[in-house]
Each structure stands twice: as structure tokens, then as C-alpha cells.
Design a protein around this ligand. Sequence first.
Ligand SMILES: O=C[C@H](O)COP(=O)(O)O
Length: 248
Amino acid sequence: MNKVKRKPLVAANWKMNGDRALVEVFTNALNQKCFSGLDVVLCPPFPYLSLFNAETFSIGGQDISHLKNGAHTGDVSVAMLQEMNCKYVIVGHSERREHHGETNEIVAEKAHRAVSEGLIPIICVGESLEVRKEGFVERFITEQLQAVVSVMSADILQQCVIAYEPIWAIGSGETATPEQAQEVHAFIRGFLADYDEAMASRVRIIYGGSAKPSNATELFKQTDVDGGLIGGASLNTDDFIAICQAAI
Ligand SMILES: O=C[C@H](O)COP(=O)(O)O
């Protein structure tokens, strides 16, 4: 099947890594590149957002509150990220779901708040090894996506990005094979198509989980893989730039 033209996107998720020096190294390295036909996004920890002088790429947050503002110690709002010139925000990363008890409903609310207030949410879904071994991948991801589609119209949803991140591949060195990734990406697009076909053909679905320069080309070649959400390999400029180039 021919690949439908969607603008690929590669996002760096630094997680709780990096420092001021790394911000400078990345700003200089990325601003020297021309990523024509590709969206490149850097999601550093919140304190570093204002330090980027991004010319050839965008910046994004790693999370937001599902609430607008108020007495919520430690939380960050959509408006605050916008003031820091963010264009994107990651929501529902499996580390947030696991370590901060974020439910499918909360993740859906975060995505809805982000997109309705003008940020592009990168909505993460993906199964554990246990769920995969039991043969429940599709059922698990359906529940995660169902919560999202139930709070958004197709028009709103098509502005979002979905990231498929099998938990067993995150930071483990064990990447999903291109076929495994394609199978789940196609399932996600099919699920969205049942809701609205035009929207499903436009939504970008990116892959995350031990993506690196050596496997990015094959992963990004897959019909329904529109780029990547990169963790470990996004902390090294050469690796990250090589991954970006593999998506063009
Ligand atoms: O958000 C990024 C993903 O969790 C992937 O992380 P990783 O590339 O270190 O496996």
C-alpha cells in the first residue's frame, strides 16, 4: 500500500534529564539544520523551556494539568506553556500513567484541554509486556483511545498526534519490529477511521520505544508510522539529528 502523505514529526522527550548546557548544545545544533518537510519538537523538563531559542524546531512540554488554573501545587497549565512559546505537549506518557496514577479519563481531559486552548497534544498509548503476552493489545489500546474520542469531535482530534509507545520497548533497548509497530499503528488508524475516515487519514501516529539511528529508517518507512517520540537517543545531538533525517 502507498504511504499517504502526512508531514512526519519527530519529538524529543528528555524526561527528567538534561541541563542548561545541553539546551545550548541542542539549540545550536538544531538551528543549523533545515528540516524541510518535517516537524521537529523538543520537550525538555519545564525549567528549561524558556532557555531555548528555537528557529528550526518547536518546543513542547512533557505534561500539563487537566485543569485551567488554581490551587494545584506542582502543576503547570496550558496557558503557562503557551507563554513559554510551546506548540506541543505530551500527555498520557506511560511513566505519568504509572507513576502519577493518570487514568484514561484524565489523559483524555488533558488532551482535550490542550487542543481546545491551542496546543497540539501528543497523546501516548501503549501496552505492557503482560498485556501483549495475554493477547490483549488491541483491547487495551481501544480503551485508551475510546476515552479520547469520547471527549473530542473528529475536527478537534485531527489536530492531535498519537504516539504508540509499547511500554516493554521504552528505555529497554528492545524496539518493536517495524512489522509490530505497523500492525498497531494500522489498528489505531482503523479505530479512528470507524469514527471518521478523513480525520483518521490525517492524524499523525508516531512510534516511541528504543528508537535510534540504526532502526529509525525501517520504522519510519512503515505505512502508518509518521515519525517518532524519542527518549534516550534524544539526549545526543548526533543521534537525534540522524533520527530526524531518517523521517524525511
Ligand atoms: O517518550 C519517549 C519514549 O518513552 C521512548 O523512550 P526511549 O526512546 O528511551 O525508549
